[in-house]
Design a protein around this ligand. Structure first.
Ligand SMILES: NC(=O)c1ccc[n+]([C@@H]2O[C@H](COP(=O)([O-])OP(=O)(O)OC[C@H]3O[C@@H](n4cnc5c(N)ncnc54)[C@H](OP(=O)(O)O)[C@@H]3O)[C@@H](O)[C@H]2O)c1
Length: 250
């Protein structure tokens, strides 16, 4: 059985990716939808057909263990792995809730790393890994210090892993979207509380999903949606971070 394994499929960008996987990866026979909210996953699986709801908290040993056991039992060929689950909390670090800071590292970094390690033995030549980073990976963001650090991790990890996996014929793509109007803004208490998020141009999550899958199919190492953010990426590469950080404060 040839599958796509997709984390964070119950809402936002993950759901949009799930809806478009088959158009871009027709060889995928079943999509495994991973997130915590089972009822949402089951509804989406019903809508998609040939999809399996895998309800698991991938930041916990139990959830990861269950996913690992399922993979070991079914032994699927993983043609596409999408590490999309992520969260970002807004606020000054010294006033932040420690559990929320830890959750960002646990989900955005550790879970992404563990799921990738779990999946790799089942990925054949030609398979693709799609990791969702952010424009926050380009310049450190004050008031989202931990979040931007986690996304720098995703970008750096994706690039290095891509080089390591080249001889196996597996490409790794990091996608770096700007703000999208998803539950992310509510979960992270960003909505209504950040002038920067109010000012920045938004990315449409359906378009990001389509572009991300296209970039993965083509084996691109990094893809940034919207001309505005492509330009930002170049500027962030060229100018000193200290100049840009006051502007990038969230
Ligand atoms: N929205 C933005 O402005 C923005 C901008 C740049 C990058 N991104 C990145 O885009 C990705 C998708 O975010 P989104 O905007 O689509 O946000 P979202 O709608 O909040 O989606 C997050 C997904 O992650 C899942 N998730 C959260 N905790 C989990 C856990 N412990 N175990 C398993 N699944 C978990 C959620 O499902 P359950 O709650 O059901 O578990 C949900 O499906 C993230 O990596 C985010 O950092 C977002």
């Amino acid at each position: 059985m040839r599958i796509a394994l997709l984390t964070g499929a119950s809402s936002g960008l993950g759901r949009e990716i799930a809806l478009r996987v088959r158009a871009r990866f027709p060889e995928v026979e079943e999509i495994w939808l991973v997130a915590r909210r089972a009822e949402r996953l089951e509804a989406l699986a019903g809508e998609l057909g040939n999809a399996r709801a895998v309800s698991a908290d991938i930041t916990g040993e139990r959830g990861l263990g269950a996913l690992s056991a399922l993979i070991a039992k079914e032994r699927p060929e993983i043609a596409l792995l999408v590490n999309n689950a992520g969260c970002g909390f807004l606020g000054a670090f010294d006033k932040s809730v420690p559990a929320e800071q830890e959750r960002m590292v646990a989900l955005n970094c550790l879970a992404l790393t563990s799921v990738t390690r779990l999946a790799l033995p089942y990925m054949p030549a030609g398979a693709r890994i799609l990791n969702i980073a952010s424009i926050a990976a380009f310049v450190p963001n004050a008031n989202m210090a931990v979040y931007s650090a986690t996304k720098s991790y995703v970008l750096a990890f994706s690039r290095a892993l891509g080089l390591e996996l080249k001889p196996r014929g597996i490409a790794v793509t990091a996608v770096c979207p700007g703000p999208m109007d998803t539950e992310f803004l509510r979960v992270g208490r960003i909505a209504g509380n950040s002038k920067t998020f109010r000012t920045l141009p938004y990315c449409d999550s359906a378009r990001v999903a389509e572009g991300a899958l296209r970039a993965a199919a083509r084996g691109r190492s990094v893809w940034t949606p919207r001309a505005f953010y492509k330009f930002y990426r170049v500027v962030a590469h060229v100018l000193p971070k200290a100049w840009l950080m006051p502007l990038a404060k969230t």
